[in-house]
Design a protein around this ligand. Structure first.
Ligand code: AMP
Length: 156
């Protein structure tokens, strides 16, 4: 584990797990809005995705490791967002954040839609890309068929 940016974490801050396409984007946005952010990734090369203006902390390490979470001062976090590419890692970190560290808001990305409803019961908000994408595509199709029907009606 390696602390890449040596800046003290504030009392109220967000921890993002996974500095992939989603995690880096989220961390950049929160940081640009002036939030206190700390991002953890097991691969330190992933931090290249952070923008030059990113003003938060970065820790290279496996977020399922309790030592890494403690190094990140997880108990001081108000929000934990687990968006690594592993459902198991996201679930494990989300449960640790809720049960052990009593974090108020915990959000986990889950690729498997069947697991989504289970974790809502534990007070963990879940984001499932497949479900969200299906809903968006359905919305687009509904709008497309609506405008197609209008064109047909107008031409009659
Ligand atoms: P993406 O698929 O682009 O959203 O990237 C997911 C990121 O999660 C990658 O940069 C992985 O290195 C990272 N990752 C996966 N498992 C873990 C873990 N257990 N702890 C920290 N980072 C992880």
């Amino acid at each position: 584990m390696e602390l890449l940016i040596n800046k003290k974490a504030d009392e109220d801050f967000t921890i993002v797990i996974g500095c992939g396409r989603l995690g880096a984007n989220l961390a950049n946005t929160l940081s640009d809005e002036g939030g206190n952010v700390l991002i953890i990734d097991k691969n330190k090369d992933a931090f290249r995705k952070l923008s030059p203006s990113y003003g938060g902390l970065s820790i290279a390490g496996d977020a399922t490791d309790l030592d890494v979470l403690q190094e990140a001062q997880i108990s001081k976090a108000s929000v934990v967002v687990a968006v690594s590419n592993s459902d198991n890692a996201n679930i494990m970190v989300a449960q640790l954040a809720r049960e052990l560290f009593h974090i108020r808001r915990v959000i986990a990305r889950l690729y498997d839609p069947e697991r989504e409803c289970i974790y809502r019961e534990f007070g963990i908000d879940t984001i499932c890309p497949a479900v969200l994408s299906a809903k968006e595509i359905h919305k687009i199709l509904a709008v497309t068929s609506l405008s197609k029907n209008r064109v047909q009606e107008e031409t009659l």
